[in-house]
Design a protein around this ligand. Structure first.
Ligand SMILES: [Zn+2]
Length: 548
């Protein structure tokens, strides 16, 4: 008997050794490059809304060669750009990673804090401090890009590019090779002294090309004959905003070149902002030799013009359709660039969105859908009510991200208990027919909020940075500042249902209708690369997408 066990132990041990030898004798395989494409404000349904107008090599290449997840939702509120990018790259949520909004209110000073502003760093490539003084200092969790840097002992390069500072900085993490964003005052891409003290030569060369000016030189007309845009409303719809000096929201935008000379940020609202960003992505692949050697690199790209155009024109505008059709062609060119430079199937791409967007109020009204505006003058009228009750003015410090911030100093000076005031305010607000729910954020767990709203509110609540009361608006009710175009921020599917497609090295071909969360993206990439999950990760790898 003893001999038998001994024999068995020997067999087991030698098998283990053999297996160990097997894995150590084979080199670890990874893709040469991971490319993250986050299409700002891309609703999931755009993939199919414009499907018949897409070419074969852009969105359709992703769908036909990659793996598409059809039911991915954002598992927190508020659904905005800074949080979306942070949550994709950390696999985490505002309660943990600290990015509680694009802006949030600092209770000590009452001032608005912008997510990436860092006055301790200097602008690089511009003299404009507002544009250049940014860093990831407010980001508490590690990103998948940080984990790649650590896993490769800082040999794997990481570059972030976007028109938006926050959408470049937060995905690139704490210690990237570089993060670059657009400067409206010069038309150049810039960075900060957090990353480097001088722009790399390849970036100086890129800026010297003056590409934005060339891209807007011929104005903006539709890619296809305008009568083929049957997926969208008539060109001159009253709920569309105006671009630059245009008198009507109609094609062609022939003043674009002249407008750009006056106000360089006009390029952001056009498809050329995306073209510019993808050209910069190509320049960074060349300049930093991304995907050239055996060590995996990471290129994090945000395509922001879809968001600017969505805000200005609204989802049903021909302008937005044209931005997507042109992005589709730009993606095709970018993928063929990657095929040539890195090699087909040598890189892994994922495409997702930081949030979606509601339909325009005017468009919904036009078609008899439930909609409307809310929140006009809310701060003043709520403060007036509180003054009548407690005899103290300005108890509400701010309303930001659909959250009410009470002034802690005024409360304590007047011996008022925050919870008591918040609870009474919540009771008042819940009698108000213009909102769906109000909830004291410290008591969300005990509230009657239905799922999945409750979980999303809990995940989005950062007790140091978020407000005291969360407002949940009625479906498709927009804040009054979105009179034309649209906005986003809420839990509803139009804001929370995002595309997610993986393609390339290590990715199966197919699709799934299973439910997944935005926070599953980072652990899926970590699993694919066999590296550690980001520090605050709460997601799970999407195993159905990985493998041969
Ligand atoms: Zn937006």
């Amino acid at each position: 008997m003893f001999r038998k066990i001994q024999m068995l132990a020997w067999v087991v041990a030698s098998t283990l050794t053999l297996n160990a030898q097997k894995s150590t004798s084979t080199k670890l395989e990874r893709p040469k490059l991971v490319v993250g494409l986050v299409v700002d404000q891309m609703r999931w349904d755009y993939l199919y809304r414009y499907y018949d107008k897409f070419g074969n090599d852009g969105f359709k290449r992703l769908l036909n060669q990659g793996f598409s997840l059809n039911n991915v939702h954002i598992n927190y509120v508020p659904t905005v750009t800074a949080i979306g990018h942070t949550s994709i790259y950390t696999g985490s949520v505002p309660a943990i990673h600290g990015i509680a909004g694009n802006d949030w209110t600092d209770r000590a000073t009452g001032k608005s804090i912008y997510c990436t502003t860092d006055e301790s760093v200097q602008p690089v490539g511009t003299t404009n401090a507002k544009v250049g003084s940014h860093s990831p200092k407010n980001l508490w969790s590690s990103t998948i890009t940080d984990e790649l840097r650590i896993a490769t002992n800082f040999q794997g390069k990481v570059v972030g590019v976007s028109l938006k500072d926050r959408a470049s900085i937060l995905p690139a993490g704490h210690n990237p090779t570089g993060a670059f964003w657009f400067d409206d005052s010069s038309g150049n891409f810039v960075t900060s002294s957090y990353y480097m003290n001088d722009l790399p030569q390849w970036m100086k060369n890129f800026n010297a090309q003056n590409l934005p000016e060339k891209l807007v030189a011929n104005g903006w007309d539709t890619l296809l004959p305008i009568n083929q845009y049957t997926e969208s409303s008539p060109d001159n719809s009253p709920w569309e905003g105006l671009l630059g000096s245009a008198k009507t929201p109609t094609f062609p935008y022939s003043n674009l070149a002249a407008d750009y000379q006056q106000k360089k940020d006009d390029i952001r609202y056009t498809p050329f902002g995306n073209t510019l960003t993808l050209k910069l992505a190509e320049a960074s692949v060349e300049g930093e030799s991304l995907g050239k050697d055996a060590v995996t690199d990471f290129l994090a790209i945000n395509l922001a013009s879809t968001d600017y155009a969505g805000h200005k024109f609204g989802p049903n505008a021909i302008e937005v359709e044209d931005v997507y059709l042109r992005l589709d062609r730009d993606l095709a060119a970018f993928f063929s660039f990657l095929d040539a430079k890195v090699g087909k199937n040598q890189y892994t791409v994922f495409l997702s969105a930081d949030h979606g967007g509601a339909h325009s109020v005017g468009f919904l009204q036009e078609h008899k859908m439930a909609t409307g505006f809310f929140g006009d003058g809310a701060k003043a009228s709520l403060n007036q009510n509180l003054k009548q009750r407690y005899g103290v003015d300005n108890l509400i410090m701010d309303i930001d991200n659909y959250q009410i911030y009470l002034n802690p100093d005024l409360l304590s000076k007047n011996k008022l208990d925050l919870n008591t005031v918040a609870d009474q305010l919540v009771d008042d607000l819940n009698k108000d027919q213009t909102i769906l729910f109000a909830v004291n954020l410290k008591k969300v767990g005990q509230s009657a909020l239905p799922e999945p709203i409750k979980t999303r509110v809990v995940n989005g609540y950062n007790w140091q940075r978020s407000g005291d009361i969360q407002l949940i608006s009625h479906d498709s009710m927009l804040p009054t500042y979105a009179k034309t175009g649209t906005t986003h921020s809420v839990w509803n599917s139009y804001d929370s249902h995002i595309p997610l497609i993986f393609m390339g090295w290590g990715i199966k071909n197919g699709e799934s209708n299973a439910a997944h969360n935005m926070t599953d993206i980072a652990p899926t990439i970590a699993t694919l690369l066999r590296i550690q999950f980001p520090s605050g990760n709460i997601g799970n790898p999407i195993v159905e997408a990985i493998g041969k």
